[in-house]
Write a protein that binds this ligand. Structure first.
Ligand SMILES: Cc1cc2nc3c(=O)[nH]c(=O)nc-3n(C[C@H](O)[C@H](O)[C@H](O)COP(=O)(O)OP(=O)(O)OC[C@H]3O[C@@H](n4cnc5c(N)ncnc54)[C@H](O)[C@@H]3O)c2cc1C
Length: 588
């Protein structure tokens, strides 16, 4: 075998979305040698698609404080979120948004020049008393503004980018310390070893598990699957958020900001049905509540259109000026994909797969924590994670809109700081053994085998359909057990799959195959977690177990790839400085 090229850095960051770039910036500004690897050009990472905004209790529009934000986040999480991490995030929010303002993010402005804020679902003043206005926005392109600004700041700070490189697997020594990753240059197919004292996973979500999703094609959960293969479990994977307002049948997102600005949902009788499901806050109830309401309307025959398979989102009454100023991207999407103008026509919407609450278990410093040998949970040496691929857990069983952009900033930065500490204490590189590299290479070489076999594209389409049919908004044991069996079959068939059309699109199809392997492992984590959790909490709704069961299920699930094993760990209910918010019935 030809010798594989090697580069050496202090830190390897896998992923150039908001989480990766915020951590990279922290490190480069501290003069660490940082490599950032991204399978797409950094500013095409999914963070760019975030529309509605980022939460911080700036109180620019109405009275607000971080303690109310903390309460809302815990209630939104259906009491599964870890309260220490939530306190940490909500306290840090304002500082991080002002920091972005100074880096140059072009936030929309109020007449008095302050950052514009809009109300989002699940936000309240005074611990549930009235609606708060907490989401800081740059029109409906907030993620775009943030990602471009962070990228520019990284260029200035001299972070080193490996654009369009695909990470295959993590590299680890015999003692369990993580020492970098094997990546390939997508354009040439050349492998490269990036050796580092610390490795930070920021590879984003896995919305590609489902047929209908708001997520980009790149969101295939690669980092989560890499962690699984390295023996790290995935936490709370049964909690997948379905956004209430995806464009019906297509999946593109219509931001919650549309309802924040005053839009509302209608069924076929023209009824504002959310008044029945959430009498107080109506269309601005938490996402899981609104998604279930829409699915119920459709199931009970009150859906719109010839097939009765969606409801309508009305924003026309807001007037052309508001739509053009505050929701220009939404208008654009409707004109491009539906050939309608929401200034005069309602938008057909249905819940669509949006966000994974679960992920790689970490503490609030971004350190990956795991149990390797049945012992107590410990910090995994040299391995860090943050962003959608991680589970801190601040979102628990259901994430509030606007809290994910916040999560990636807060924990990207925290991980950066923790890595700086680590680098000060570990000045020298540990040796990297060749057999770790060989093992990672085998994964790549498996797809060099030629011959007849099923296509990756067919298996991927089947997997996404299985997830959509068997693990969607409403779930039951029978349907999910069938889902587990289907995934097992796909997992077997994948072993005999072969790449089609080697000559023309060799590298990109090899990458699609590697991505599918990742998706299969993650779909099993999701389905088995969902089957095991016999209660309804947050985004996880069991028709056969319709209520929340705090006695048995106030705990996080952990899925281990080895033997498809599940175990559990307690929720951290103690905040850092304030009183615990004990579980209450969740009404909006
Ligand atoms: C349409 C949409 C709208 C949203 N709107 C909002 C909103 O308004 N407010 C909010 O708070 N949240 C919103 N979210 C959620 C939020 O945007 C995401 O959760 C967040 O941006 C994820 O950031 P990240 O840094 O974790 O990952 P991402 O931004 O997804 O970045 C992942 C990075 O990892 C890289 N990568 C992945 N796998 C590999 C690999 N194998 N090799 C190399 N590189 C790899 C990718 O190239 C990319 O650079 C929205 C999400 C979507 C899909």
């Amino acid at each position: 075998m030809t010798k594989i090229a090697k580069r050496v850095f202090d830190t390897l960051i896998l992923g150039a979305g908001g989480a990766g770039l915020r951590a990279a910036l922290q490190l480069s500004q501290a003069d660490a040698q940082v490599a950032v690897v991204s399978k797409v050009f950094p500013t095409r990472s999914h963070t760019v698609a975030a529309q509605g905004g980022v939460n911080a209790a700036l109180a620019n529009v109405s009275e607000d404080n971080w303690h109310w934000h903390m309460y809302d986040t815990i209630k939104g999480s259906d009491y599964l979120g870890d309260q220490d991490a939530i306190e940490y995030m909500c306290r840090a929010a304002s500082k991080l948004v002002y920091e972005l303002e100074h880096y140059g993010v072009p936030f929309s402005r109020l007449d008095n020049g302050k950052i514009y804020q809009r109300p989002f679902g699940g936000q309240s003043q005074n611990f549930g008393a009235s609606q708060a206005t907490r989401t800081c926005a740059a029109a409906d392109r907030t993620g775009h503004a943030i990602l471009h600004t962070l990228y520019q700041q990284n260029i200035r700070a001299k972070s080193h980018f490996f654009d369009e490189y695909f990470a295959i697997d993590l590299l680890r020594d015999d003692e369990g310390t993580f020492l970098g990753a094997l990546v390939i240059d997508i354009a040439t197919g050349e492998p490269l070893v990036i050796e580092a004292k610390t490795t930070f996973i920021a590879t984003g979500g896995c919305g590609q598990l489902f047929r209908t999703t708001t997520n980009a094609h790149i969101n295939t959960g690669d980092g989560m699957a890499m962690a699984l293969r390295a023996g790290v479990p995935l936490q709370d994977m049964e909690f997948f958020q379905f956004h209430p307002t995806g464009i019906a049948g297509k999946g593109m997102l219509i931001t919650e900001g549309a309802r924040g600005e005053g839009g509302y949902l209608l069924n076929k009788d023209g009824e504002r049905f959310m008044e029945r499901y959430a009498p107080n806050v109506k269309d601005l109830a938490s996402r899981d509540v609104v998604s279930r309401a829409i699915a119920t309307e459709v199931r009970e025959g009150r859906g719109c259109g010839p097939k009765g398979d969606h409801v309508m989102l009305q924003i026309a009454h807001l007037g052309a000026d508001v739509v053009k100023k505050r929701l220009p991207g939404i208008r654009d999407l409707c004109q491009t994909f539906l050939h309608i103008d929401p200034i005069d026509t309602a938008i057909p919407v249905f819940p669509t797969a949006h966000y994974v609450m679960g992920g790689i278990p970490t503490d609030r410093h971004g350190q990956v924590v795991a149990t390797f040998h049945d012992g107590p949970e410990e910090v995994v040496s040299g391995l860090y994670a943050a962003g959608e691929c991680a589970c801190v857990s601040v979102h628990g069983a259901n994430r509030l809109g606007g809290n994910s952009l916040l999560d990636i900033l807060v924990f990207g930065r925290a991980a950066g700081n923790q890595i700086i500490k680590h680098l000060k204490e570990h000045r020298y590189h540990k040796p990297l053994q060749e057999d770790a590299i060989d093992k990672a290479m085998q994964r790549l070489e498996r797809w060099d085998k030629k011959g007849e076999g099923e296509s990756v594209a067919t298996l991927k389409a089947e997997l996404k359909q299985v997830m959509e049919n068997h693990c969607s908004v409403f779930r039951t044991a029978v349907v999910m057990q069938e889902g587990v069996d289907e995934i097992k079959k796909i997992r077997e068939r994948l072993k005999d799959a072969r790449l089609q059309d080697h000559s023309r699109v060799f590298n990109t199809s090899r990458i699609e195959a590697l991505e599918l392997e990742n998706l299969v492992d993650i779909s099993m984590a999701t389905m088995l977690g969902a089957l095991a959790r016999e209660e309804s909490r947050g985004a996880h709704s069991r028709i056969d177990f319709p209520t929340r069961d705090d006695k048995t299920w106030m705990k996080h699930s952990l899925y281990h790839l080895d033997g498809d094993r599940l175990d559990f760990k307690p929720v951290r209910t103690k905040p850092l400085t304030v009183e615990t918010f004990p579980p209450k019935e969740r009404v909006y």
